[in-house]
Design a binder for this molecule. Structure first.
Ligand SMILES: Nc1nc2c(ncn2[C@@H]2O[C@H](COP(=O)(O)OP(=O)(O)OP(=O)(O)O)[C@@H](O)[C@H]2O)c(=O)[nH]1
Ligand SMILES: [Mg+2]
Length: 439
């Protein structure tokens, strides 16, 4: 499954895109198809959806002609199809029909880089296939006479049995994977708890696919994660430590360390089968002290993409909450920074418009400069902190040095009695420094 990561499937695979109903997103569907190595040669659209064959009979005939003319091997639909819709469309078009869900699952399969995400995708694939498992065609079973003689009477129903068997195998595998992923989740929770104990603030980068989250992670942390102009390039959550930077020349003070997590991107009409692939993303977002909602400012669908991310997050948050255990960090209260990325691709006029539309947003171009975002993150972290002035005696040197990485240090002065510091501390650590507090 992972050996053909870069190949895609059949580089000359020609595809005709089909969209029915409102709204349609053919451009995005095209990007999904090309991400998988297809070549989009035609597009067919219809304003309403047909129950029997996704598009109406007349359009299906048009599609057959188009497929023949263009020599397309694939028809890709903008919505998930039922098994029977797919069959009707496939028969009419004379090409392999792939629906949006299957396409996305296949992209996830090709891009999955570690064992856990491979399992999550396999699970999605099985769940997609389960209701689509076909029994042997009954007409076919009747042809050719029973091999065992006796007019086939004894063999009737064997197709059904095979079908039941296939389904049972799939269900069994689904159970096995679910158990493995449950263990995986427990491990993540243990690691997460350890991180919280350390009082290191956590920042989650969330957003639409291709918004630039990984590029931002790299810019913030100097990590070298893969970024490509492909949809769903990142399929694991990656966490990196950003060491507290010195303020100015360092003589003044320092910013605290924080941990930043890169996550899996969202997309509209997210296939429900892929919920597990997003489990760790949603956890990271819900548990983060600061959420950075990253968006591609140059996208024509910016508004819709921000809304999709917001919706997916709040649905994920309410699901997580219903599982109980939401005692500590009220997930939705964490400050969210809206980060409009790729500003270098935006015209001056549009830039002004964005400033009016999203006055609170941080606008950056992560490929050249992410500092404005870094500042906003420090500010958000400090908002969750208690500002205090402390005087730490010289012989308590350790207590002063431990503040680096932990606190926001606004200023520092060495006096005769000790080190005087103006700091912002996480609430969890403020009790420890209360004895040093100066009124
Ligand atoms: N021009 C420009 N391109 C950018 C900027 N930030 C990211 N990109 C490009 O946008 C593409 C997607 O960036 P990624 O960082 O992979 O995006 P992502 O949000 O992690 O995407 P997924 O992991 O697929 O969800 C890459 O080709 C980046 O080089 C930017 O500020 N300006
Ligand atoms: Mg990424």
């Amino acid at each position: 499954m992972t050996e053909n990561r870069e190949e895609g499937v059949g580089l000359e695979a020609r595809a005709v895109l089909v969209g029915a109903g409102e709204p349609r997103h053919m451009e995005e569907l095209g990007r999904l198809a090309t991400t998988l190595g297809m070549e989009v040669v035609g597009v067919l659209e219809q304003g309403r959806r047909d129950n029997a064959g996704y598009v109406g009979r007349g359009k299906r005939e048009e599609l057959r002609d188009l497929v023949g003319e263009l020599g397309a091997g694939f028809v890709v639909t903008d919505d998930e199809l039922t098994a029977s819709q797919a069959r009707v469309l496939e028969r009419a078009a004379g090409a392999v029909v792939v629906d949006r869900t299957e396409l996305i699952i296949r992209i996830f399969e090709v891009h999955a880089g570690d064992a856990a995400s491979s399992l999550e995708v396999e699970l999605a694939d099985l769940q997609y296939r389960l209701p689509r498992v076909k029994g042997r065609n009954p007409e076919l079973s009747r042809l050719g006479g029973g091999r065992g003689g006796a007019g086939g009477g004894a063999r009737r129903g064997s197709g059904e049995q095979q079908l039941e068997y296939d389904r049972r195998v799939i269900r069994g595998r689904i159970d096995t994977i679910n158990r493995k992923l449950e263990r995986e989740k427990t491990g993540r929770e243990v690691r997460g708890a350890r991180l919280r104990e350390a009082n290191t603030p956590t920042v989650a980068l969330v957003g639409y696919t291709n918004a630039g989250k990984t590029t931002i992670l790299n810019a913030l942390s100097g990590a070298g994660r893969s970024t490509k102009d492909r949809l769903f390039e990142t399929l694991e959550t990656t966490t990196r430590l950003v060491e507290g930077a010195a303020v100015g020349n360092g003589a003044q003070g320092a910013h605290p360390d924080f941990v930043v997590t890169d996550t899996v991107g969202f997309i509209r009409k997210l296939p429900t089968q892929l919920v597990h692939s997003f489990a760790s993303t949603l956890e990271a977002a819900n548990q983060a002290d600061v959420k950075v909602l990253c968006a591609d400012a140059s996208s024509l669908e910016l508004e819709d993409e921000i809304a999709t991310v917001g919706r997916t997050l709040s649905e994920g948050a309410s699901e997580g909450a219903s599982e109980g255990a939401g005692e500590e960090d009220g997930p939705t209260q964490a400050p969210t920074i809206l980060c409009l990325n790729k500003m270098d691709l935006v015209s001056e006029e549009r830039s002004g418009e964005l400033e009016r539309l999203y006055p609170e947003a941080v606008r950056i171009s992560a490929v050249s400069d992410a500092v404005p975002l870094l500042d906003a993150i420090y500010e958000a972290i400090a908002g969750d902190r208690e500002r205090m002035q402390v005087l730490i005696p010289h012989d308590d040197y350790g207590a002063a040095s431990r503040l680096y990485g932990l606190a926001d240090i606004h200023s520092r002065q060495t006096t005769e009695e000790g080190v005087f510091m103006d700091i912002s501390l996480p609430h969890a650590a403020s009790a420890k420094y209360a004895p040093y507090k100066v009124p």
